[in-house]
Write a protein that binds this ligand. Structure first.
Ligand code: FAD
Length: 356
């Protein structure tokens, strides 16, 4: 039986960064990726999202970031990842969708259908894209119009002349409203909490403080919140037309969904043809369930470096919680490779002692 030192699951920004650093350390590993092509979740982003619209893609280690501009993010970033994988000869296998990881004493067995890989450690880098979050609201099943999650956003033309409710207080809601409001018959923006707008005094230090808040949650084993929920929202030039139309006037959540609209807390009804759920994503970690990594608080508790799972230090989590941004994913990849090396050294010392 071949035993790998590590198996990386996922080849987005986090998995590629981890693989780069594992390779530099000479650690024997494989990268298993569910997607048919390079690009991680970027290959699935909507067509209208250009490089000008994204909030900046951090360069993968030892490379230059892709250029900003009018190119579609779902083409530019995948081409960048593809070239990166080839330039650094990263050992990516695809498509391989991991369905579970089990522990057999000292080793971890990674299952994908009838294929298995046995490894001393794993680096989990599966992102969130496959886990869109759809909250339950009374009447959700009664609505006769269209409901979709941002993951399936087909672009603004789809909503031309229609009345659209956009739910959610994050960056995706702001971007979608920016595109949809100028062509729709009307938009209604509803959020559970008052949105937090980024003030003029936002600095890199304030950004780091915001990330530290998410780090703190993860260290305590709480489920992570999204980093943008603490860095705040910002309106850009491409959103100004929607702003002039009043699209960013925030309303409280509706109390129920009805066949042809939503009922507001003051009893009024807003007729709607479509509801767009810009309600975020959750970590795609169901395949790790057999390892029982969750704390009693519902999250997975990580160490101070932010990637090693305290309940099982053979497991590194990257792109999770505070590292769920391209820059965070990069740093986490390096920390994870260090965590893997530390575990392998410790395991070798233990083996030497037991055979001496
Ligand atoms: P992903 O890119 O999602 O990669 C995960 C990989 O894991 C995929 O290739 C997938 O196929 C694979 N995978 C999943 N499950 C399995 C499995 N069971 N078995 C095997 N493989 C699996 N961040 C920024 O820094 N700047 C931005 O402008 C920005 N814009 C964003 C826009 C949107 C709409 C969203 C949703 C997020 C955005 N983010 C942005 C966040 C950013 O995308 C992520 O933090 C980062 O790119 C995620 O990288 P990742 O490697 O963790 O995950």
């Amino acid at each position: 039986m071949d035993i790998l030192d590590s198996a990386v699951i996922g080849a987005g920004q986090a998995g590629l960064s981890a693989s780069y650093h594992l390779t530099r350390r000479g650690i024997d590993h494989v990268v298993l990726d569910a997607d048919p092509e390079p690009g991680g979740a970027w290959q699935h982003r909507w067509d209208s999202l250009t490089m000008r619209d994204v909030h900046g893609i951090a360069a993968l280690p030892d490379s230059d970031a892709p250029a900003d501009g009018a190119g579609q993010a779902n083409a530019v970033v995948p081409a960048y990842f593809d070239a990166y994988e080839r330039a650094h000869r990263l050992p990516v296998l695809r498509p391989v969708r991991v369905d579970r990881v089990e522990s057999t004493g000292d080793l971890l067995v990674v299952h994908a259908g009838d294929r298995t890989w046995t490894a001393r450690t794993i680096v989990n880098a599966t992102g969130t894209w496959t886990q869109p979050h759809l909250p339950y609201y009374p009447g959700i099943g009664d609505f006769r119009g269209e409901q979709l999650h941002t993951r399936d956003y087909p672009g603004p033309e789809h909503f031309r002349g229609r009345r659209v409710v956009v739910v959610g207080g994050g960056a995706s809601a702001v971007q979608l409203l920016g595109e949809v409001a100028p062509v729709a018959a009307g938009t209604l923006w509803v959020t559970r909490r008052e949105p937090v707008w980024r003030s003029d005094d936002f600095t890199p230090d304030r950004g780091r403080e915001a990330v530290a808040l998410v780090e703190d949650r993860v260290r305590r084993g709480l489920p992570p919140t999204s980093v943008v929920s603490v860095t705040g929202l910002v309106l850009r030039e491409q959103e100004l037309a929607a702003e002039r139309l009043g699209a960013y006037e925030r309303h409280p959540m509706f109390v129920r969904i009805e066949a042809d609209g939503v009922r507001m807390p003051d009893g009024s009804r807003w007729p709607a043809d479509a509801i767009v759920w810009a309600t975020g994503f959750r970590p795609a970690i169901g395949h790790l369930a057999p390892l029982r990594l969750r704390s009693t608080h519902g999250g997975i508790q990580l160490d101070h470096a932010g990637t090693t799972v305290l309940a099982d230090p053979r497991v590194q989590l990257v792109g999770y919680g505070p590292s769920a941004s391209t820059i965070g994913a990069n740093r986490a990849g390096r920390a994870a490779a260090r965590g893997v090396a530390t575990w392998l050294d410790r395991a070798r010392v233990a083996e030497d002692v037991s055979t001496a």
